[in-house]
Every structure is written in structure tokens, then in C-alpha cells.
Ligand binder design. Structure first.
Ligand SMILES: [Zn+2]
Length: 109
């Protein structure tokens, strides 16, 4: 997975855009992410969309990537152990052409 990195101001952004959202430069490139992030906020979803009913309850979270952009994904670990500020890592093994839902796992303290 990648974010866009602006060559003029250095900002990282996601989702991809034609122009940098900070300085409007069109001089950027895609940069691979480390996959580590911090939980910004989360909620428990007990009645998810029909295609995800078998996964309920789902811990849906907004995380701040170490590169800066915020993304929404789910956290696969025990919901009782997740809190704002928890460190997580993207589990890229769950991604495929059929499954683009981002799943994060807790990092040990
Ligand atoms: Zn910029």
C-alpha cells in the first residue's frame, strides 16, 4: 500500500489526488507505507453491512499512519484491549483483489 508524497512540501496524502492538498503542487510520487499506525478513534459495529454480517461485531477504527494520513479500517484483536493511542500494524496478508478492507492488528506495548 502507498501514499502520495509531495516533492514540493513533503506532505503525505491519501486517497490519491491530482494535486497536493497542502500546496496544490502536481509534483508527487507514490511511496510505500511502513504499515504502522496509531488508533485515532474507534467504534464497535454490531450490525455491519450484509456482506460483513458473519464478522460481527466489528471493531471499526480510524488510524493515523506513521506517514501522516488517516484511514479507516478494522482491528482484528480483542476489542477490550484497544484504546485511543494504541499502536497497530496493517495486516497486508488479508488484502487481495476480492478483499480491499484494511485490517489492523495490535502491536505489543
Ligand atoms: Zn505539497
Amino acid at each position: 500500500m502507498c501514499v502520495q508524497r509531495c516533492h514540493d512540501c513533503g506532505a503525505a496524502s491519501h486517497p490519491p489526488r491530482r494535486y497536493c492538498p497542502d500546496c496544490y503542487s502536481d509534483d508527487w510520487e507514490f511511496e510505500p507505507i511502513a504499515g504502522t499506525a496509531t488508533v485515532y478513534g474507534y467504534t464497535h459495529v454490531h450490525r455491519p453491512a450484509r456482506e460483513f454480517e458473519t464478522d460481527a461485531p466489528v471493531l471499526s477504527a480510524i488510524v493515523t499512519l506513521d506517514e501522516g494520513p488517516r484511514l479507516m479500517g478494522r482491528i482484528a484483536d480483542d476489542p477490550a484491549t484497544v484504546e485511543v493511542g494504541s499502536r497497530v500494524r496493517l495486516d497486508a496478508s488479508t488484502l487481495s483483489a476480492e478483499n480491499v478492507r484494511l485490517t489492523f492488528e495490535l502491536l505489543p506495548d
